[in-house]
Design a protein around this ligand. Sequence first.
Ligand SMILES: Cc1ncc(COP(=O)(O)O)c(C=O)c1O
Length: 425
Amino acid sequence: MAFINEHYLKLKAGYLFPEIGRRVEEYATAHPDKKIIRMGIGDVTQPLVPEVIKAFHEGVDEMSKAETFKGYDNSGIGYAFLREAIAKNDYQARGVDISIDDIFVSDGSKCDTGNIQDIFGFENKIAICDPVYPVYADTTVMSGKTGICLDNGYFEGIIYMPCTEQNGFIPDIPKQRPDLIFLCFPNNPTGTVATKEVLTKWVKYAFENKSIILFDAAYEAFITDSAIPHSIYEIEGAKQVAIEFRSFSKTAGFTGTRCAYTVIPQELVAYDKKGTAHAVKPLWMRRHTTKFNGVSYPVQKAAAAIYTPQGKKEVKDVVNFYLENARIMIQSLTETGFKVFGGVNAPYVWVKTKNGLKSWDFFDKLLLEANVVGTPGAGFGPSGEGYFRFSAFADRNNVLEAMERIKKLELLGDMEVAANRLFKS
Ligand SMILES: Cc1ncc(COP(=O)(O)O)c(C=O)c1O
C-alpha cells in the first residue's frame, strides 16, 4: 500500500491563484462579451528586452554547433560567467563582498524558498509575515512542521507576524522565539520596504538567538528610494545569519524563461542537536546538486545580459514602466477615496477596501461590476482581510481603463451610500 504525505491534506482547498482563475473563468464563460482586465496574478506583461533576446539567440546558436554545444552544467550551481556578473553587479557594486561560490543559480525563487527547508531540521520553529507570499506557509505545512489550519486561518505551529496598518506593515519581533524567519522586502503583497534600521534590528535579533533569516528580495529591482537596502547583506553581520533569494522573474521579465539565484555565505551556520555549528552552504550545495540539474545554458546567457550596460538600461526602463503603472494606480485609487499603500518601491499597490468590505467580496464586486481582476488580501493571510492587491504588471491602457472603471463604480457606490444616509436621516 502506498501512503500519501498526509500533511498535504492540511492545506486549504487551493492555492490562491487557482481560486482566482476559477472565479474569473466562470464569469468569463457566462459573459463572453465582457472585456476582463486582469491585474491579479503578479505576472509580467512586457517582453524580454532586446539585449536579453540577443544573448538568448546567441546561446541557442551555440547549442547548434559541436564546438560550442553545452550539456550538463558541471558545476551544478550555474555558469561562472553568470555568477561573476551577479557578484559584481548585485553585490560588489553596493559594497557587499559576496563570493561567486556563495551563489546558486536556479530556475526560480518559488522553488528555492520552498525547497530551502529541506536542509533544516524538523524541530525548527518558522516565523512568517501575515500577509505574505503564500509559498512560505504552504511549504512549511508540506514539510510537516505544522498542525492543522485553525479557524482563524493560521496553521498550528507557525509563528505568524501580523503586518498591519498599525505597524506600517513591518513585522514586530514575535513573542515566541523563531529559528527560521521568512522576510520579504520589497513586500508581496503590501508593497512596503524595510529600512536599514528595520533590517539591522532583525539581523541583531537573529544573531542573538542563533536564528536564520530567509530573505526574499524578488522585488529588489523596484526600489527607488536610495536609502533602502537592496540586499540584507548591506547590513553588518548579515552574512552570518541570512540566506538571500533573488529572481530574474520580475527584475527582467523571466517569469516564463525561469532563472533565479540563492546566496548562502560561507559564514552562515546552523546547529546539530548537540549544539555543534555546521556551515549551511555545503548542505544546500548537496541538496541543489542532488535534486536539480541546472538552468539551461541559453537562459543563463540571457540572464547575464541584464548586467551589460545596454542590458541594465533596457531592464531599468521596463521596471520604470511598471512603476509608472503603480503611480497611476495610486493616484487614481486615492482620488477614488481609497486608502492606498505600497507601489513606490514595489510593483504592488495595497488598497484598503471601503466600508469594511471583505477582500473576497470586493474581488467579486470588481469582477462582476467593473470586470477588473485583482487579488484579495485575505488570500495572503488573515491580516490581509479587508485589503486588496493590485499588480502593476499590466499594459498601460488596461491600467488606465481599469482605474476609470473602478472610479465610476466606486463614485456611484459612494453616491448611493450618501443618498441612503440622507433618506434615513
Ligand atoms: C515574494 C516572491 N518570491 C518569489 C516569487 C517567485 O519567483 P520565481 O518566478 O523566481 O519563482 C514570487 C513570485 O510572484 C514572489 O512574489
